[in-house]
Design a protein. Structure first.
Length: 127
């Protein structure tokens, strides 16, 4: 099994309520477990109008580069494309950008915590 297939299975698992998948192929077998350490506050109903802002990469989340102040607070107005934080990957930084205009309703992450690809970091209430 290749990495692309594993990635597809992992993404599919995130859309279900499964915690583990076991794969058997001939004499080969492995299992995948979804990390369930997300804070409960980030579980938003699928009927909600809130829009998630997901991590674009694995790494360490920072609200701002060292020496800069954090501008994202709950209730703050955000414009589409605005930087909401960064993901630190070694010595590289990847921006976390808002996908829509709106207001920050929920902040699911703390500064300095590790994040997974696609993990919800914020939820926006659209304008």
């Amino acid at each position: 099994m290749n990495v692309k297939t594993l990635g597809k299975i992992t993404k599919w698992m995130e859309t279900t309520d499964l915690n583990e998948v076991v794969w058997k192929e001939g004499s080969n077998k492995f299992s995948l477990k979804v990390n369930s350490t997300e804070p409960q506050a980030c579980n938003v109903s699928s009927h909600s109008s809130l829009i998630p802002v997901n991590s674009p990469s694995i790494g360490i989340f920072r609200f701002a580069i060292r020496g800069k102040s954090c501008l994202v607070k709950e209730g703050a107005e955000i414009k589409k494309g605005q930087d909401m934080g960064i993901i630190e990957i070694g010595k590289n930084f990847k921006p976390v950008k808002a996908q829509e205009n709106g207001f920050v309703k929920i902040i699911c992450i703390e500064d300095g915590k590790t994040v997974e690809y696609g993990q919800p970091l914020f939820f926006l209430e659209p304008r």
